[in-house]
Design a binder for this molecule. Structure first.
Ligand SMILES: C[S@@+](CC[C@H](N)C(=O)[O-])C[C@H]1O[C@@H](n2cnc3c(N)ncnc32)[C@H](O)[C@@H]1O
Length: 232
């Protein structure tokens, strides 16, 4: 936990979640009712696949979009973390007080979670991994999730093998030709990401697609592989 030996991974996109941006993020998703509903359905199915975990860390929680869903189980122990203090503040203001009071809040990086090993049954991580363009950073985050989870990880990202990814790649190529900068969102090949999960010590229990073959969003459900004798 907060290992001083570990060089912190810092991503440029992380700096944009100021107070104003946090409010805009809340408003934007509040308006997008249909896609928000579909994303909740995807998350609900993924949590079922994960075996309806009894304790969940929502990381990054953003403005708490999934808090009502996570709190629907009255016995579930709930934690939520985000790097941005502004996001955590806005969340506490915009969500139902009875829901907010169920969560223990932490301000920390997903690369260095301020919790001891094996603290929760499940880490629930929606819309963070698609911001991580480098394999070495994805692996670092997966390893940190492996340390803090006792059992599963539910995680969404953008994958290839669908119409939107094909279109996005064409758009990215055009942007590069015109010398435009990346918007810090990346598509990862499914086979590559799955091999990164295995390398971090997970097996893949399954996945749920937002809209199969059409959209890029996929939610993976990972389970920690059983340690072999001699593993450290
Ligand atoms: C796109 S939002 C997603 C939030 C939420 N899961 C959702 O789906 O609404 C990305 C969030 O990641 C947080 N964030 C950025 N870098 C982070 C990091 N290194 N560790 C933890 N959270 C981070 C931001 O503050 C922001 O709240």
């Amino acid at each position: 936990m907060n290992d001083p030996q570990k060089a912190p991974v810092q991503l440029s996109f992380s700096d944009k979640y100021t107070d104003e941006h946090s409010r805009q993020y809340f408003e934007k998703h509040h308006r997008k009712k249909l896609s928000d509903r579909l994303e909740h359905r995807m998350a609900e199915r993924a949590l079922r696949l994960a075996g309806k975990p009894a304790s969940v860390l929502d990381l990054p929680c953003g403005t708490g979009r999934f808090w009502s869903l996570l709190a629907a189980d009255p016995k579930r122990e709930l934690l939520a973390a985000d790097l941005s203090a502004a996001m955590l503040d806005v969340t506490a203001q915009v969500r139902e007080p009875s829901v907010v009071s169920r969560f223990r809040l932490l301000q920390c990086s997903a690369f260095d979670i301020s919790l001891p090993d094996q603290s929760v049954d499940c880490i629930f991580s929606i819309r963070l991994m698609h911001h991580i363009g480098e394999a070495v950073n994805r692996l670092a985050m997966l390893k940190e999730f492996h340390r803090v989870s006792r059992d599963t990880v539910v995680l969404s990202l953008w994958v290839d093998g669908n119409y939107k990814a094909w279109r996005r790649r064409r758009l990215d190529a055009k942007r590069r030709q015109q010398g435009e900068r990346s918007d810090n969102r990346f598509i990862v090949s499914r086979t590559q990401f799955e091999s990164e999960c295995l390398a971090a010590g997970f097996e893949i229990l399954g996945h749920v697609d937002f809209l199969p073959r059409l959209f890029m969003w996929r939610t993976y459900v990972l389970r920690k592989k059983a340690a072999l004798p001699g593993d450290r």
